[in-house]
Design a protein around this ligand. Structure first.
Ligand code: ZN
Length: 281
């Protein structure tokens, strides 16, 4: 495991994580051999079952399994059950979360690559001590689309280039607005609406946007908003993560394509056919 952890910490130093975050080795013997790693966004019963089924001896996850204080891992809770399953099967768990978000390349670079964005720069740079020239660390990425698109077209394009989920992709703003410069931020993006406005981008793609912050942002003439499923914005990064881990000798890496977004059903009202001739005429 030493080689795998060394690769992870070289690219995603744990010290880059937010203060509230909990990253690094969660469980597993550091001296254990690692031959097969499964990369996942979420450690949930479905991805744990997948790890056991493919014979992985390590899971590298984006979201922390245990973020807040824990006083019990009894298997009577979902998380306690997962801890028991993994230890019993000898599967280690490692988390790279906000340290992978700010890294360059990091989570949002993989998202930006799905759109072919060029001239990438961070949406929001880390707070202090990192303004060194050439340091492209930071949350989110801003770049230019290969060609301008209307918001409606870009929303359909996003649904096509992002991993498929039931949630799909929705957008807020004038559907005809032209978008040349796009900001993207994997995961929950509510807190970066101000940064997107300050950056002067045409649109901002992220996830978990809420009614009031979104409507107030648009009323203040902020960039158009594109809201995709949380999992779909972070899943692209797993391919980069897997490529990185392949650099550790003798390690096989697999990527989970299980959609762990909690939303499983999506419906839109039937489209009214307004071409139907007016019978009362
Ligand atoms: Zn996330």
């Amino acid at each position: 495991m030493t080689d795998v952890v060394a690769e992870l910490e070289r690219r995603y130093p744990p010290s880059w994580a937010e203060e509230w975050d909990r990253v690094g080795l969660v469980l597993g013997e550091p001296t254990a051999a690692v031959r097969r790693v499964l990369c996942v966004v979420d450690v949930v019963p479905e991805t744990v079952a997948e790890a056991l089924a493919v014979g992985a001896d390590m899971i590298v996850a984006h979201h922390p399994l245990l973020l807040r204080g824990v006083s019990s891992v009894a298997p009577t809770t979902v998380k306690g059950r997962i801890v028991h399953q993994l230890i019993r099967a000898g599967v280690a768990l490692y988390v790279a979360h906000t340290n992978a978000d700010v890294a360059s390349p990091g989570v949002s670079d993989a998202l930006a690559a799905r759109f072919g964005l060029t001239g990438l720069r961070p949406l929001q740079r880390p707070a202090a001590g990192s303004a060194a020239h050439g340091d492209e660390r930071g949350i989110g990425r801003i770049g230019e689309l290969p060609r301008p698109m209307t918001l409606a077209e870009l929303t359909r394009h996003a649904a096509a280039v992002l991993p498929v989920t039931s949630w799909g992709v929705r957008a807020a703003g004038d559907p005809g607005r032209m978008v040349r410069t796009l900001a993207v931020s994997g995961g929950s993006g509510d807190s970066f609406l101000g940064a997107a406005t300050a950056a002067g981008v045409d649109a901002f793609l992220t996830s978990d946007l809420r009614h009031h912050p979104a409507s107030e942002h648009l009323a203040a003439d902020g960039p158009a908003l594109i809201d995709a499923a949380h999992w779909a914005t972070e899943r692209p990064w797993l391919d980069d993560l897997a490529a990185l881990l392949r650099e550790a000798p003798g390690v096989e890496t697999l990527v989970s394509d299980l959609d762990t977004d909690p939303w499983t059903v999506h419906a839109a009202a039937p489209v009214v056919d307004d071409k139907e001739p007016d019978r009362e005429g």
